[in-house]
Write a new protein. Sequence first.
Length: 224
Amino acid sequence: MTNAATRLAEIRANIARVCKPARRSPEDVTLIAVSKTHEAPAIQPLIDAGQRVFGENRVQEAQGKWPALREAHPDIELHLIGQLQSNKAEEAVALFDYIHSLDRPSLLTALAKAMDKAGRRVPCFVQVNIGDEAQKGGCPIAELPAFLEQVRAADIPLAGLMCIPPAETEAAPFFALLAKLAADVGLSGGEAGLSMGMSGDYETAVMLGATHVRVGTALFGARG
């Protein structure tokens, strides 16, 4: 308990510290505790310490541990931050409160159909392939304006943009580019979220406008 609470307090303090020179309120930054590969006994101490927003990479893994945790803690918010296969759209819509990896028309169609069937609209971040990496998911930058229009036309609530910068590079230019893209396409209000930043660079992300940071290792420790 003490370890989890200490780590959580430290990260929240870091976010607040970075917000000050950026003239932002810490309340405008959502800390997503990335609990992938961690089972309920490792997650519970963070819940006990007050954390209520968690992120998972895989639908199947989340199905195995979150229903029981959420039954005990109905105020928990669950975010899907990993790649989503179209054939898992119905399960994702049933389980998650936010989806961060909407990145292609086929997934858009599957999610819209799943939301219609469930009678539930799940806000989605559009993942942008910010480093133009062939092996990585994400909407190509050039196709972003048209894809955002498709998202709106499908009546999927748009939460903003998400990115994962290329590994082993300075993240700041990519975070700045995502913020610029959001401004260039006119995202505002509830559509203007920026999901960017992980354990190693969340402070930089907050300084550059992140509204959601996805922190795993810094909260849970290194995975075995």
